[in-house]
Write a protein that binds this ligand. Structure first.
Ligand SMILES: [Zn+2]
Length: 315
């Protein structure tokens, strides 16, 4: 009896010790938000400002850093140029980093290298002086659609161009396709169907856990540990109203929040980027280069959302 008690208490002690130990790699994530300041808001300045303010106030309230990737085409609206550029200053004044996501969001897999390079150069004309006035530097670039050229020659030419312009490529490891939910959400809101929009919002929030789980498992498969993750979401209406709750769900999974610069220091991001192909996350790219397969399943969009009727086209 005494012996059983002894074994039992030793087991309890072992469990207690295991629980007390912090994980070898504490979870961290850098939030990056693309298609800023506000995607698909090329007419209404009020909507454009409201979405940008919603994102910024959520991050400020949660005291979480983020890098915002800008498409300057969105600033080029006659009669609203000052108002739109002021949104960039708002992000910078609040201490957030801005980055280049090209001027007009072309795919490097679909336009010539020359055209793509021109779009990169046009991508920071308004932003660069503002960033420098704030005592900071333009550092990060992200490929639209994560497409970086389908042949190694094109891929290398773009990388050489970015290096000459002192840009670093911002990779992505967590991508739960927020834009698929966001498009449906905005459409429903504009059609006056707030109830279904709310269901889409909840389904989107429920995608966060499986989205992170996929990246965590894929990191383990490819690198043998969980990387500091880099999350890709977009500057849309859905995130402007859900970001605080999204952050709460990440905290619940044990995540702390770091800047893109900090996350990118991990050796997992130091591999020379030799990938040429259709695009994808840094985990998918690395797996392909290494000839490996990621077996962790990706989260899927709920079928009921995919099945929602499309709106009639307005004439
Ligand atoms: Zn984009």
């Amino acid at each position: 009896m005494l012996k059983i008690l002894y074994i039992f208490s030793a087991a309890v002690a072992a469990v207690a010790t295991a629980l007390a130990q912090p994980p070898a790699h504490p979870r961290s994530v850098a939030i990056t938000i693309d298609d800023g300041p506000a995607v698909n808001e090329l007419k209404d300045l009020g909507n454009f400002q409201r979405i940008a303010r919603g994102l910024l106030s959520s991050l400020e309230a949660e005291k979480v850093p983020a890098t915002i990737f800008i498409n300057e085409r969105q600033l080029n609206v006659p009669g609203q140029r000052d108002g739109r550029a002021a949104v960039l200053a708002m992000w910078l004044d609040a201490g957030y980093d801005l980055a280049n996501h090209t001027y007009s969001h072309p795919s490097a897999n679909k336009v010539s290298v020359r055209e793509f390079e021109d779009d990169i150069v046009r991508g920071d004309v308004i932003m660069r002086p503002l960033v420098e006035e704030h005592g900071r530097k333009m550092v990060w670039f992200r490929y639209p659609f994560l497409d970086s050229g389908t042949t190694s020659e094109v891929h290398q030419a773009i990388m050489d161009f970015l290096e000459q312009h002192h840009y670093r490529v911002a990779h992505v490891t967590v991508d739960y396709k927020d834009y698929s939910f966001a498009g449906v959400y905005s459409r429903l809101l504009r059609a006056g169907d707030a109830a279904t929009a709310e269901r889409v919002k909840q389904a989107y929030l429920d995608q966060i856990d499986p989205g992170f789980e996929h990246a965590e498992k894929a990191s383990q498969e490819i690198f043998g540990y969980e990387l500091p993750q880099i999350l890709l979401i977009h500057c849309n209406e859905l995130n402007s109203v859900t970001l605080r709750e999204s952050i709460a769900r990440m905290r619940k999974r044990g995540y702390s929040f770091v800047t893109l610069d900090e996350a990118a220091k991990d050796p997992a991001y130091a591999r020379a980027d030799s990938f040429a192909g259709s695009g994808g996350s840094w985990l998918e790219r690395t797996a392909k280069v290494m000839g490996q397969q990621i077996t962790a399943p990706s989260p899927r969009m709920p079928q009921w959302i995919t099945d929602l009727p499309r709106p009639a086209t307005r004439q």
